[in-house]
Design a protein around this ligand. Structure first.
Ligand code: AMP
Length: 545
């Protein structure tokens, strides 16, 4: 396997698009299956590395032909579908800064991201066009909307992908792309302000490749299934880049969660390595045991999980039902690749995220920069410098710099390390909500709620949930004369779903006279949380109300 590991290349070609397609073809894998595609309605297709090379080259030519230049920003706004992969890699070949967006994003979420990034182009489909057209005039930099499912161009700037691809050459010589060239852009939510775009560089492929071998344990003949959406860093780092930089075959499924369907895929496609998330595993745990008995998963060799804490009960379930350990892995949008992890050869301590990857220095640090001794809880920090580290928050260099203190990168998580060097996740040091592995900004939801008539104030928190890890709970104060009822509740839900995303939609509402704020008007989410959980509200002497 070591022969397939990427090492800093002597010819200096770091281009991710090139490495995942052309390099694999040049290694003799042009005829090997790169992707087995299963659509939501069970449509099936196979794509070889040769296909990926040709289609991504076509797309690189399309973008160049439209006048896109290296460093221009381009987004993919689609659900899982085959075009996502070739166009993502093609855009990287053309050295565009390539962002991916969750397909359930609402108008406000889209506007924030496309506007902040000054996006020049977006790839989407006809059914999402209305949403985009409603915000279009606020996006002066957006020159082209390209539709995957339009047979004809709709306007001079709303184009048909099939038509553009038909006219483009399948030959594209990817220019030499130095390691530091910007590559992928992922927006991530913070607890204050708008979402920030974590900008990565082509050099990240070195670590995505290495962790795909050392953590995911990928070998040349593996059939790999990463269930993550490409809107999330796991979906690009490990649903695209890591495995294809190794020449491994991946399965991608465009449908939603369905236990029997998922187990059917694991069996029928002979998945050997599976990368999924705790919420999905907890949903599977709720199914009847008889269901699992119907499937033969003897090919499944290695299972990994990411995105939220993996409870020990899930590991016990995996051992009992799947006959396998489930390896928890920790990373975040900003780190670009797995940092702290369980991996083959390291005994699993259920409930722990494992140990830092060799070469990654982690520590538990006090706010003043002092490194804490074992077993004390504090800020989870990493020593900067790893290959897949973000290079900036796009257009927000100041906020990027604030992430580094006392020589450490501050992850925003709190954790502790035990005396054997295992890390245990404790929580977030900010108010960001992790619901089913998706980070939700309370600020974004609060802002959306305030747009609804009758809402005077809002405060949003995450509270523990058995299935989702955390669920979104909204506190609201009503304007005089406004009454709380089920119609208003439905309106609020729909509004958040349309403006932000379905993931951000509150599961529960609580009506208060006033939302607790401090003297400077900051919403005291800590107090809301304590109130919800029936805990001591702590020092509230500085509160305004
Ligand atoms: P994102 O940037 O959206 O990928 O979210 C990253 C955040 O998800 C981390 O900072 C953690 O708070 C959480 N997270 C990711 N993986 C794990 C894990 N294995 N255990 C606990 N929390 C995790």
């Amino acid at each position: 396997m070591t022969s397939e590991r990427l090492i800093p290349t002597s010819n200096g070609q770091f281009n991710i698009g090139h490495i995942c397609t052309r390099l694999q073809s040049d290694r003799g894998l042009a005829g090997k299956t790169a992707m087995r595609w299963i659509g939501a309605h069970d449509e099936r297709a196979e794509y070889t590395y040769g296909d990926l090379e040709r289609e991504s080259s076509r797309f690189a030519n399309v973008m160049q032909g439209l006048g896109f230049a290296p460093g221009d920003v381009f987004f993919v706004f689609l659900p899982k579908m085959p075009e996502v992969y070739s166009c993502f890699l093609g855009a990287l070949k053309a050295r565009l800064i390539t962002g991916t967006l969750f397909s359930n994003f609402g108008e406000e979420a889209l506007l924030d991201r496309l506007g902040d990034a000054e996006a020049k182009g977006i790839l989407t489909r006809k059914s999402y066009l209305k949403k985009l057209l409603r915000i279009r005039e606020k996006l002066p930099n957006l020159k082209f909307i390209i539709l995957v499912d339009a047979a004809e161009h709709q306007a001079a700037d709303i184009l048909s992908l099939p038509l553009l691809m038909q006219q483009a050459s399948t030959e594209f010589e990817t220019p030499l792309t130095p390691a530091e060239t910007p590559s992928v852009l992922h927006y991530t939510s913070g607890s204050t302000g708008k979402p920030k775009g974590a900008l990565h560089r082509h050099r990240s492929v070195l670590l995505q490749n290495r962790t795909a071998v050392e953590v995911l344990d990928l070998r040349p003949d593996d059939i790999f299934w990463c269930t993550a959406d490409h809107g999330w860093v796991t979906g690009t780092s490990y649903g695209i880049i890591g495995p294809w930089s190794l020449g491994v075959t991946q399965v991608h499924f465009g449908g939603a969660y369905d236990a029997a369907k998922w187990f059917g895929i694991l069996e029928e496609y002979g998945i050997t390595v599976w990368y999924t998330a705790p919420t999905a595993l907890r949903m599977l745990m709720r199914e009847e045991p008889a269901l699992f008995a119907r499937f033969n998963l003897s090919k499944l060799r290695h299972i990994c999980s990411v995105g939220e804490p993996l409870n020990p009960e899930v590991i016990s379930w995996g051992r009992k039902v799947l006959g396998k350990d489930i390896y928890d892995t920790w990373f975040q949008t900003e780190t670009g690749a797995i940092m702290i992890t369980n991996r083959p050869g390291l005994p699993i301590k259920p409930g722990s995220m494992g140990q830092p990857l060799p070469g990654i220095e982690a520590a538990i640090v006090r706010d003043n920069g002092e490194v804490l001794p074992d077993n004390e809880q504090g800020n989870l920090c990493l020593r900067p410098g790893w290959d897949s580290m973000l290079i900036s928050y796009f257009h927000h260099e100041d906020i990027y710099r604030q992430k580094f203190k006392h020589g450490w990168y501050m992850t925003g998580d709190t954790a502790r390390r035990d005396s054997e060097g295992y890390y245990w996740f404790m929580g977030r040091s900010d108010d960001v909500i992790n619901t089913a592995g998706h980070l939700v900004s309370p600020f974004e939801v609060e802002s959306a709620l305030l747009e609804v008539e009758g809402i005077a104030e809002s405060g949003v928190i995450g509270v523990p949930d058995e299935l989702l890890w955390e669920k979104v709970v909204a506190f609201i104060a009503l304007k005089k004369g406004c009454e709380w009822n089920s119609d208003l509740e439905l309106k609020l839900r729909l509004h958040v779903s349309n403006r932000v995303s379905t993931m951000a939609t509150p599961q529960e509402f609580k009506v208060l006279e006033h939302i607790p704020k401090n003297k400077s008007g900051k919403i005291m989410r800590r107090v809301l949380k304590a109130r919800y959980l029936g805990q001591d509200e702590g020092d509230i002497s500085t509160l305004d109300i």
